[in-house]
Design a protein around this ligand. Structure first.
Ligand code: NAD
Ligand code: UDP
Ligand code: UDP
Length: 324
């Protein structure tokens, strides 16, 4: 029986959390949040697309630890929760070494699931809206199975993540693991790399440099952009949700914009006299994407708060600082 004095003397509940890919864009914001919440955070990252700079301010934190590690190899550590984010997310990075991208999603997930199985840790997968491919159902609910080219240049990423989802659900059914699968839609914000290659960072860096904005195709394809703080809040709520909430759960901002609209917003903020330049549309580039977030609203009581205009301002300020 617990008496009041043992309760008073009990150490605070501090969760040991592994963040794979914690030196990346989303991962570094997540680490900030988890440390602020009082947890112990261990990052495993091989710096394929992330950088030490992203987490430089955390390196001296007493509850923070950094491990240079490639998740395609086994990892033996003792943790209570795993946020499995390791995987390059930008097309130019994930297409640079596509075999490694698939290995990261598939072998990496097997290893992290094996780790969760041995330790009893709860494990969350950062999956993606890309599992819907070039969707015929719009906006996309979690029940939609998607339309993905299995042999195209994006397949290493899309199919890798689809297989990772399969592994998560098979470990759940076969080994009773506590799993959480988040399907993340396009996310942006400070700490994206200037050379990341994704549209928001490209447009901002180009506008700040006085260069034309590179719009691929006719610019009428759509995306829905979620500010990183909103996304991190959704990830933490999903991790902390009741055991029976496995997902998949869409996390994203449903407000949808064409790439031309995005270019205009960036130019209006940075350089109203700036121009755009049309470039060929990459192969298999999805024509539209917007999340149906009813599940996240109902199950996690989550929805994004930061609108694109505000989020872009924060991101532009960040890049102004970085690019001098
Ligand atoms: P990012 O490229 O900035 O971060 C990925 C991190 O994973 C990097 O630090 C990289 O070095 C690390 N990594 C890659 N391969 C690894 C390996 N084999 N072993 C260890 N570490 C490895 O990307 P991000 O935008 O921060 O995305 C994080 C996660 O969220 C990814 O899994 C991505 O698929 C997912 N996601 C992101 C978005 C988005 O819009 N940013 C959208 C959907 C899904
Ligand atoms: N694994 C790991 N850390 C652990 C436990 C397992 O990296 O703490 C890896 C190990 O390499 C293994 C994989 O996870 O191959 C899958 O583990 P599981 O127990 O499911 O399968 P098995 O060990 O039977 O292959
Ligand atoms: N895009 C663009 N100009 C760029 C980079 C990307 O017009 O400089 C387009 C790209 O073709 C796609 C959209 O912007 O239609 C989003 O691309 P991103 O790489 O950011 O994300 P994803 O395609 O993975 O959703």
């Amino acid at each position: 029986m617990t008496n009041s004095s043992t309760t008073r003397n009990a150490p605070p509940v501090r969760t040991r959390i592994l963040v794979t890919g914690g030196a990346g864009f989303i991962g570094s914001h997540l680490c900030d949040r988890l440390l602020a919440d009082g947890h112990d955070v261990l990052v495993a990252d091989n710096f394929y697309s992330g950088t030490r700079d992203n987490i430089r301010n955390l390196l001296d934190h007493p509850n923070f630890e950094l491990l240079r590690h490639d998740v395609t190899f086994p990892l033996y550590v003792e943790v209570d929760q795993i946020y499995h984010l390791a995987c390059p997310a930008s097309p130019i990075f994930y297409q640079r070494d596509p075999v490694q991208t698939t290995k990261t999603s598939v072998h990496g997930s097997i290893n992290m699931l094996g780790l969760a199985k041995r330790t009893g840790a709860r494990i969350l997968l950062a999956s993606t809206s890309e599992v819907y491919g070039d969707p015929e159902v719009h906006p996309q609910p979690e029940s939609y199975w998607g339309r993905v080219n299995p042999v195209g240049i994006r397949s290493c990423y899309d199919e890798g993540k689809r297989c990772a989802e399969t592994l998560f659900f098979d470990y759940y059914r076969q080994h009773d693991l506590e799993i959480k699968v988040a399907r993340i839609f396009n996310t942006y914000g400070p700490l994206m790399r200037p050379d990341d290659g994704r549209v928001v960072s490209n447009f901002i860096v180009q506008a700040l440099g006085g260069e034309p904005l590179t719009v691929y195709g006719d610019g009428l394809q759509t995306r829905s952009f979620c500010y990183v703080d909103d996304l991190v809040e959704g990830l933490v709520r999903l991790m902390d949700s009741p055991r029976e909430v496995t997902g998949p759960v869409n996390l994203g901002n449903p407000a949808e914009f064409t790439m031309l609209e995005l270019a205009e917003k960036v130019l209006a903020e940075v350089d109203p006299a700036g121009t755009i330049e049309k470039h060929p549309l990459p192969q298999d580039d999805p024509t539209q994407r917007s999340p149906d977030i009813s599940t996240a609203k109902t199950v996690l009581d989550w929805e994004p708060n930061v609108q694109l205009a505000e989020g872009l301002k924060q991101t532009i300020d960040y890049f102004r600082g970085v690019l001098g």
